[in-house]
Design a protein around this ligand. Structure first.
Ligand code: PLP
Length: 261
């Protein structure tokens, strides 16, 4: 059995964050390890409070874990604060360069609350040089690259910034929050600049669901841990999230929760 590691915030609803990532890893028959970066107080209606874990404890969790259970792939989700981000960077210094690293640049929750303090955003961009793949939604892509992503050409320009300027190996811009078709753009570093592939998808008409971005990046990480190529992992993960979204359940009073079964 392969092992994957998620470095993420706790979402007590189980719909997003570390709790969701571990459920997704399990569905891909991957053993999931989890390093908690932050506690949140939240329900299906939104995030009420964010409490970063002591940065030195995040570092200790990583050091102890990586020495014992080397993962086949790693995902980074919510990092909460600049101090936590810096200690995650430090803690991953011993991760072999060949281990795929997927970074979901979680900036805000759907309700607008900050999940990464703004002064840490530039540090996150610097860390993208270690990412095999970065998975921003359109708002995150616009905020981090300063690019207008309202057109397909704009999305390609933003992906180019992630790869050429920030040094990520690939970028997946998720279009689920766009009006109209929710197409995703996969851009992979090539010898003569990024290679673009648009992944066309049909919109699933439904009430809002919680945690789709977390589930997508976790599913890609699990598929990479299972040995798939980046392109195969992305397609498999996209199909997985679409089917979980189709079956999403109104278990609480707010957003529906994805059905990972
Ligand atoms: N809580 C945690 C710990 C998360 O990592 C995320 C998203 O990454 C959220 C909440 C927000 O999820 P959503 O924006 O889908 O409500």
């Amino acid at each position: 059995m392969q092992t994957a590691l998620t470095i993420a915030g706790s979402d007590p609803t189980g719909g997003a964050g570390l709790q969701a990532d571990l459920q997704v890893f399990r569905r891909f028959e991957i053993h999931g390890c989890g390093v908690v970066t932050a506690l949140t107080v939240q329900d299906t209606s939104g995030v009420r409070q964010v409490l970063p874990v002591f940065p030195s404890v995040v570092l200790d969790q990583l050091r102890v874990l990586l020495a014992d259970l080397p993962p086949s792939a790693v995902k980074i989700g919510m990092l909460a604060s600049d101090d936590v981000l810096r200690n995650v960077v430090l803690g991953l210094a011993t991760l072999p360069e060949t281990t795929p690293l997927v970074i979901d640049p979680v900036l805000r929750a759907s309700d607008g609350s900050f999940l990464l303090e703004k002064r840490a955003w530039s540090g996150l961009c610097e860390f993208l040089s270690r990412a095999s793949l970065v998975t921003p939604n359109l708002e995150e892509a616009a905020e981090l690259t300063g690019t207008d992503v309202s057109s397909e050409a704009g999305c390609e320009a933003a992906a180019r910034v992630f790869i050429t300027e920030m040094g990520a190996g690939a970028a997946l811009l998720t279009g689920g929050h766009r009006d109209g078709a929710p197409d995703d753009l996969l851009a992979i570093r090539g010898d003569n600049g990024p290679l673009f592939r648009w992944l066309r998808a049909d919109r699933i008409e439904s009430a809002p669901a919680h945690g789709t971005g977390c589930a997508l990046s976790a599913a890609i990480t699990a598929a990479l841990a299972a040995g798939r190529s980046l392109e195969e992992a992305t397609l498999e993960a996209q199909a997985f999230v679409q089917s979980a979204l189709r079956r999403a359940q109104p278990l609480g009073g707010g957003a529906r929760l994805l059905d990972f079964s």
